[in-house]
Design a protein around this ligand. Structure first.
Ligand SMILES: Cc1cc2nc3c(=O)[nH]c(=O)nc-3n(C[C@H](O)[C@H](O)[C@H](O)COP(=O)(O)OP(=O)(O)OC[C@H]3O[C@@H](n4cnc5c(N)ncnc54)[C@H](O)[C@@H]3O)c2cc1C
Length: 289
């Protein structure tokens, strides 16, 4: 299928992009990797009158360790993220999740910012951003503001980005010392969207008990889901099968809006969420550093 007619503008800078977004309001859409937007346009599920292409804005493609946090430019390709030494040094979680996005051909085009802005609840990176307490930098003609991942994902393909705003950067705090992290998912075929995925971070106290844990899931609800009840259940426990099982039970209780479709029923996804939680926590704890 072919998209409805649209005007195409290639922005050469962030300033030009936000000016174009301000000028065209809700008729404009940003084009990043195009891996979600273009299929939606071809199916005529999206009909922007103006496409603002930010691919020429090279200043938005970077992965850098900066003053105690990792900064990722919105136009960083998923393939670049998975290979970036600063991302590798930051956490296993980030790299493992990036490698789960589609196939290499997809990841060569799709961008970290595009994944976040699109807010597909099945996207691995949305769950990762919740688990890593990410902050998103949004730029508009009026200025810039920073929104926490916890406040960003509002519903299915819905975010707290306002009209005219461009996501420019993602900031991830460094993990605390003595932390380990992991991302595990289950998909019917490699490269498919997952039926469920779990991002986990475990931090141990000096006495060996769990000081902190973070858990976020994809594909089990209308948005990526952070499960604070499971995190609370883990604090103070000794790491091990018993602790992981208690977290898995809390996760299953929190998964109340899992989708049912031809790929898997809601109850199967809830079951997977529990199994994958145990695996992700065990893997994260095995990587403490
Ligand atoms: C075959 C296939 C398999 C896939 N498998 C997976 C998978 O397993 N996991 C997964 O997470 N994704 C998967 N995807 C989706 C793909 O990786 C997404 O396209 C990607 O996450 C969105 O990024 P993009 O750069 O392509 O964004 P685009 O498609 O260009 O844009 C997506 C949306 O975000 C908006 N947008 C983009 N960038 C910005 C910005 N900087 N500021 C404001 N708004 C912006 C656009 O206007 C649009 O509404 C798959 C896609 C395909 C085609």
């Amino acid at each position: 299928m072919k998209p409805a007619p649209f005007r195409y503008v290639a922005a050469q800078s962030v300033e030009e992009a936000v000016s174009l977004l301000a000028e065209h309001g809700d008729e404009a859409r940003v084009l990043a990797g195009g891996q979600s937007l273009v299929p939606l346009m071809n199916m005529r599920l999206a009909r922007p009158a103006v496409l603002v292409d930010i691919n020429p804005v090279e200043a938005l493609a970077y992965v850098q360790a900066n003053n105690g946090h990792l900064a990722i430019g919105a136009m960083t390709r998923d393939a670049a993220l998975e290979r970036a030494s600063a991302a590798v040094a930051h956490s296993n979680l980030l790299i493992e999740a990036a490698r789960c996005v589609g196939h290499p051909a997809i990841r060569n085009r799709s961008t970290v910012g595009g994944s976040i802005a699109h807010a597909d609840p099945a996207a691995e990176l949305s769950a990762v951003m919740l688990a890593l307490d990410a902050q998103f930098v949004l730029q508009s003609k009026a200025g810039s503001r920073t929104v926490a991942a916890a406040d960003f994902f509002q519903g299915y393909l819905q975010t707290s980005m306002a009209e005219g705003e461009l996501l420019t950067a993602i900031q991830l705090p460094q993990l605390a010392p003595n932390s380990g992290s992991a991302f595990v998912e289950y998909a019917r075929r490699e490269g498919d969207y997952a039926l469920a995925g779990v991002a986990a971070v475990v931090t141990l106290a000096a006495n060996g008990s769990i000081a902190d844990a973070r858990l976020a899931l994809c594909s089990v609800g209308p948005t990526a889901l952070r499960v604070s009840s499971a995190e609370v259940a883990l604090r103070g426990q000794q790491p091990g099968a018993e602790a992981w099982a208690s977290a898995a039970a809390a996760v299953k209780a929190a998964v109340t809006e899992a989708p049912s479709d031809i790929h898997g029923s809601a109850s199967y996804r809830r079951h997977l969420a529990g199994v994958l939680t145990e695996r992700a926590l065990a893997l994260a704890a095995s990587r403490l550093k």
